[in-house]
Design a protein around this ligand. Sequence first.
Ligand code: SF4
Length: 308
Amino acid sequence: MKIGFPKGLLYCNYYPFFNSFFSELGCSIVTSPDTNKEILNLGVKYCIDEACLPIKIFHGHVAYLKDKCDYMFIPRLMSISSNESICPKFCGLPEMIKNSIPDFPDMISYPIYMDTEKNFMKFIKKCGHLFTMNNFKIQKAYLKGKSAQADFLSKNKIHKVHNIKVALAGHPYNIFDSYTNLNLIKKLDELNIGILTEKDIDENLINKQMKTLFKKPFWTFARKSYGFSTFCAKNNLVNGIIYVSSFACGIDSVVLELIKKELSNFPILVLKIDEQTGEAGFNTRLEAFSDMLERRYNFNENNISQPR
Ligand code: SF4
């Protein structure tokens, strides 16, 4: 039995778990390639115009895979943290896909609540019963998946060290998909700028930072982006923040205002991306921000030159 696993949205967070889980149940996993022009074009062809870029790209990955698998794995993510919601586009994704892409294979799209282990197990059992009625086998596959996920999380990526560092904030599928963000991490490295991402900061510290807000946001992405950016800035871990934001993302528009309000004098560059984003303009903004950070760094650290 072949399961298609589209390489979009939260693939970068949960692939190790689901790959081990389904493999242990005897399925083989087929993934789409890294996002590329063909995937983007397929996404733009099948998805509605109003959707954000990550959703269009996800459509592209699904369209690429649809004839190559028996089941398509499109989880209906309802919640990934306790007492928090996720963007509604994740909850309606299976319907969006089914109604946009013709000749679709069977879909695994049971709702997933990851807020508690008990809730998550309900999803695991339903999924497992598609392939075996042996609960012991399902439990074993679950434990295998958990251990693969723990392994993946323990291997923090080592970033290159540079004098100037920025917090790279935004949704994981924008930060870790180099096609979507026009190779941002590589470009920053070439400009001698190091990065910190959400994965480098202990989640407890991010949560503690949320106490500066009078009300905790109810979206998981908002909590993480706000907590991570403001924690890094207030603890002098970075010289600036680069926020990669999808055009038309409601969550980003709120979080960005909250961050700017909290860090009124801190360098922040917002890079909005959609399928029309031109690389030349993107590079110019990046280079201008990098120059500004360098002048500030020289002034603050070595007092060599006065920033304008
Ligand atoms: S959170 Fe924003 S970028 Fe992500 S799927 Fe929702 S609207 Fe799109």
